[in-house]
Design a protein around this ligand. Structure first.
Ligand SMILES: NC(=O)c1ccc[n+]([C@@H]2O[C@H](COP(=O)([O-])OP(=O)(O)OC[C@H]3O[C@@H](n4cnc5c(N)ncnc54)[C@H](O)[C@@H]3O)[C@@H](O)[C@H]2O)c1
Length: 355
C-alpha cells in the first residue's frame, strides 16, 4: 500500500491502493479509540458502497450509524449540514467518535465542515469515491457548504485524520464522472509538468492511473503543506483555470459541471497566457487537445462584460482587478492581476483568434 504523509496542522496519511474499500474497518481501527463512527454519504454512493463499508467497520467491533442525503451539489447547503448535526446530536455522538465521509467532493466538503463544528470539532476520515475528490477535494482540509449567494461561502479548514483512496473505485467510475476528474488532473500537469498530458495524447492514462493519481496527490500535499490556510498566496496556484471556470459556473447557475468549467477555463486561461507572451501556441493547443479528449470544453458564448463581472465578484478577487494563475510553457505558473479593460481586450483577442 502506498502511504503519502501530510505534515499540516494535523499530521495524517493518505492511503492509496487497490481494494481498500473492503478494508476500511481494519484501517481505521488503530486511529479511533471510542469504537463509534457515523458514515455520512449520498444516496448513490450508499447504494454502491454503504453496506460494504459499514460491515467492514462493524467487523472490527465498532458501532456504526449512517446518514444518507440526496446526491449532488444541490445538497451541499445549510439544510443538509443542519440535518447532519441534528442527527449526530440525536444519536448521542460524542467528542471522541469519528465521522466517515464516504463519497465525492460534496460528501467530503459537508462532512468535513460538520466534523469541524460538531462539539467544537471531532475527527473525520475521508473515503473519496470520485477522481476529483481523490486528487483534489479530499486533501488539504478545506471544507465548505454553498450559500444562496455563492459556492463554498461558508466553511472551515479542518484536516482529516486519514484519507483512504481505493484505486479500483476510480478505475471503475462511469466514463463521464472519470472525465470530470480529469479536468483537475490535467490542471495538475499544467502546474507541475508530470507528463500527464502526454499520457492523454498516447491514450495511456488508465495504464498509468496509479502513478498519475499519486503524483497529483503529492502535488496538492506539497502546496498545502506550504500554505495550509491560504495566507501566503502559494495555494493560489491550484486556481489555474478556475478564475474563468468560476465565472462560467456562476453564469450557468451551476448547471455546467465543475469539470467542464475547469476544462474550458484551462483552455481560455492558457490562451490568455499566450496573448501575454507567457506560453507558446503549441502548448495552448496541447492543453486544448487534452481537454477535448475528455469532452471538457464548451464554447463560451456569454457576453464578455457579464463573464468578467462574474469573475470579479468571485470571492478570491480582493479588488477590481481579476487575479489569474496563468500557465507558462516551462510549467511554472505565474500570477497576473488584470484590470477589467485590459482583460476585456485580451479576451476579445482570444475569442477572435482562437474560436
Ligand atoms: N475541498 C476542496 O478543496 C475542494 C476542491 C475541489 C472541489 N471541491 C468540491 O467538490 C465538489 C465536487 O466533487 P465531485 O465532483 O466528487 O462531486 P459529487 O460529490 O457531487 O459527486 C458527483 C456524482 O458522482 C456520484 N458518485 C460519487 N462516487 C461515485 C462512484 N464511485 N460511482 C458512481 N457515482 C459516484 C455522486 O453521487 C454524485 O452524484 C464540489 O462541491 C466542489 O466545490 C472541493
Amino acid at each position: 500500500m502506498n502511504k503519502i504523509h501530510v505534515d499540516a496542522s494535523k499530521e495524517y496519511d493518505i492511503l492509496l491502493d487497490k481494494g481498500l474499500i473492503n478494508r476500511i474497518g481494519e484501517l481505521i481501527n488503530p486511529i479511533n479509540k471510542s469504537k463509534r463512527v457515523a458514515i455520512i454519504t449520498d444516496d448513490i454512493v450508499n447504494t454502491l458502497y454503504g453496506d460494504k463499508v459499514s460491515q467492514s467497520i462493524e467487523f472490527q467491533g465498532f458501532s456504526v450509524d449512517r446518514f444518507v442525503f440526496p446526491n449532488g451539489e444541490k445538497s451541499k447547503n445549510i439544510d443538509t449540514l443542519s440535518d447532519i448535526l441534528e442527527f449526530l446530536a440525536k444519536i448521542g455522538f460524542r467528542r471522541n467518535d469519528m465521522l466517515i465521509a464516504l463519497g465525492g467532493g460534496v460528501v467530503g466538503d459537508i462532512t468535513g465542515l460538520a466534523a469541524a463544528i460538531y462539539m467544537r470539532g471531532i475527527s473525520f476520515v475521508q473515503i473519496p469515491t470520485t477522481l476529483l475528490s481523490v486528487v483534489d477535494s479530499s486533501i488539504g482540509g478545506k471544507t465548505a457548504i454553498n450559500l444562496r449567494y455563492g459556492k463554498n461561502l461558508t466553511g472551515a479548514f479542518w484536516q482529516p485524520l486519514m484519507v483512504i483512496c481505493d484505486i479500483d473505485i476510480i478505475r471503475n467510475l462511469p466514463d463521464g464522472l472519470f472525465a470530470e476528474g480529469m479536468a483537475e488532473v490535467i490542471k495538475c500537469d499544467v502546474i507541475r509538468g508530470m507528463n500527464i498530458i502526454e499520457h492523454v495524447e498516447n491514450h495511456s492514462v488508465l495504464d498509468n492511473l496509479d502513478k498519475i493519481i499519486e503524483n497529483c496527490i503529492i502535488l496538492k500535499r506539497d502546496i498545502v503543506q506550504q500554505d495550509e490556510f491560504e495566507t501566503m498566496g502559494i495555494r493560489n496556484i491550484l486556481n489555474v483555470g478556475h478564475t474563468i471556470a468560476h465565472g462560467i459556473e456562476k453564469l450557468s447557475n451551476y448547471s455546467i459541471s465543475h469539470g467542464k468549467a475547469v476544462g474550458t477555463g484551462l483552455v481560455w486561461e492558457s490562451m490568455l497566457a499566450s496573448e501575454l507572451g507567457l506560453c507558446d501556441d503549441k502548448y495552448v493547443q496541447k492543453i486544448r487537445r487534452a481537454v477535448h479528449t475528455y469532452s471538457l470544453y464548451m464554447s463560451v458564448t456569454y457576453n464578455l462584460d457579464t463573464l468578467i463581472d462574474a469573475m470579479v465578484t468571485d470571492k478570491k478577487n480582493t479588488d477590481s482587478r481579476v487575479t489569474f494563475m496563468l500557465p507558462t510553457t516551462d510549467k511554472v505558473c505565474v500570477e497576473r492581476k488584470l484590470c477589467i479593460n485590459e482583460l476585456k481586450e485580451l479576451l476579445k483577442d482570444v475569442r477572435r483568434v482562437y474560436l
